[in-house]
Ligand binder design. Structure first.
Ligand code: FAD
Length: 432
């Protein structure tokens, strides 16, 4: 590894914030009443807020940090429509009809998000380039091929296997034994997408309040009282959209989520011919490891943006930057010596059944638990949560009528993560 991997002017904030810095919103007093209070201003919260405001509801979005402080402005910008489960495993878990409904809806979330971006004319570098998923082991390629065939037959997934000999037509690395291309997947600049949603929501009349951490949510006469340091609001309905940042104020939901840090780095600009060779089709890339890598060219195709689970507990992003650099140069040895300009982190939320969830508990609506793939799913389930508030037929969702599990011993502090990470790393090393 190079002596110093950090470029002059290195930043520990997301690369994405260069083009879309955290917005400075007017600090207007909070209204006394609102139809709907939305807790969390990421894709889930804003997608819900936009629907509700367009349906004529008054909406106040509250965020503990700046608007979009959470994962929505920090992620890899890969717009996917897949679940964490393979189709056959999902059938084993919930039966064929439900597995088909969940998988179809995941695919619908992808189309919904691309359509929304186009309909709203959000300039966020939507690139319909597809995704390549590299097989970490030859056995992964075989099981991937079987799985793809089943899914294609059952629900018409648009995908194709790429044999080991053709891997370099997708990504210039020796790291994979072939893989698959998912043609419908896309890339966006996530912070510009967030900025566009924020602008559309505010233009539709939504009040978005930053630095307004919700400290209490309690029933009060004909509604729910939501308390923040900036004042108390009485709402008819509340949507909790806090995903990997869920706090004890919604402890019943927090107990159902496992927050995990995800980490990314951005390289300095690379020569165009190198970028074209590394990513011949400009695709989003992921792999089949238990602790996977995900990476892509920046939207302007000048840099490599590389992500992964570089640490179990929240860590200094210089430390995680070094780890990710090692992962990246493992995939692309020729990048040893290239410097990195940004290293950052954010929280995702896993669930005990590794499925996202939308629903209503004790009169409070929620959408969350995207298991690291929330660009499309958060947009979609935010929309579904809004439709639940509005009571429309569109509210129906396969993700609403499954139990949202927890464990009796779990209070929201995932002390067991180092053990799981160790087990997964071992499996990644040993898998044939
Ligand atoms: C590094 C990284 C890379 C990722 N890459 C991808 C990817 O390529 N593709 C993909 O599909 N997904 C990816 N994800 C996941 C995706 O970003 C998330 O699933 C999605 O953004 C979740 O959106 P959200 O609106 O539900 O939550 P968030 O955007 O996380 O927003 C939650 C908000 O809730 C606020 N909040 C919490 N508690 C309170 C409270 N009490 N009061 C007020 N506000 C509160 C927080 O401040 C935060 O802003 C990635 C995530 C990370 C961190």
């Amino acid at each position: 590894m190079a002596d110093t991997i950090f470029a002059a002017g290195f930043k520990e904030t997301p690369y994405w914030w260069e083009a879309a810095p955290r917005p400075a919103l007017p600090e207007a007093p909070l209204p006394e009443r609102t139809d709907v209070a939305v807790v969390g201003s990421g894709f889930t919260g804003l997608s819900a807020a936009l629907d509700l405001a367009r349906a004529g509801r008054s909406v106040t979005v509250l965020d503990a940090g700046d608007a979009g402080f959470g994962a929505s402005s920090r992620n890899g910008g890969m717009v996917g429509g897949s679940l964490k489960w393979g189709y056959s495993d999902l059938i084993g878990m919930v039966g064929e009809p439900k597995a088909a409904a969940l998988t179809r809806e995941a695919m619908a979330s992808l189309e919904y998000t691309k359509d929304l971006i186009e309909r709203e004319q959000i300039a966020c570098h939507l690139q319909k380039v597809g995704m390549f998923v590299g097989a970490h082991r030859p056995s992964h390629y075989e099981s991937m091929a079987r799985e793809l065939e089943t899914t294609r037959k059952a629900i018409g997934l648009e995908a194709e296997m790429v044999p080991a000999s053709a891997t370099r037509t997708e990504v210039d690395t020796a790291a994979y034994h072939g893989g698959k291309v998912l043609f419908r997947q896309a890339g966006v600049h996530p912070a510009l997408y967030h900025q566009g949603l924020l602008e559309r929501a505010r233009n539709a009349g939504v009040q978005v309040a930053s630095k307004a951490a919700v400290e209490d949510i309690a029933p009060c006469l004909n509604g729910v009282c939501v308390t923040t340091p900036r004042g108390r609001i009485k709402a008819r309905d509340v949507i909790v959209a806090t995903n990997g940042y869920t706090r004890p104020v919604t402890q019943d939901l927090r107990r159902r989520l496992i927050p995990i840090g995800s980490y990314m780095i951005a390289t300095e600009p690379l020569p165009p011919e190198v970028m074209r060779r590394l990513f011949p089709n400009n695709r989003m890339i992921a792999d089949t490891k238990k602790i996977l890598y995900y990476y892509r060219p920046s939207p302007d195709r000048t840099r490599v943006l590389f992500g992964g689970r570089a640490a179990v507990w929240e860590t200094d992003t210089k430390v995680s930057g070094r780890t990710l650099y090692r992962f990246m140069t493992g995939v692309f040895p020729e990048l040893d010596g290239v410097k990195i300009t940004h290293s950052w982190t954010g929280n995702v939320a896993f669930t005990f059944d590794r499925l996202p969830h939308v629903g209503t508990r004790y009169g409070i609506h929620y959408a969350m638990g995207y298991c690291g793939s929330g660009v499309a799913m958060a947009t979609w389930l935010g929309h579904k949560a809004a439709q639940r508030v509005l009571g429309t037929k569109e509210a129906a969702s396969a993700f609403a009528d499954i139990p949202f599990p927890t464990r009796s011993w779990y209070q929201g502090n995932p002390w067991f993560l180092p053990l799981i990470a160790m087990w997964y790393r071992m499996q990644d090393r040993l898998a044939a």
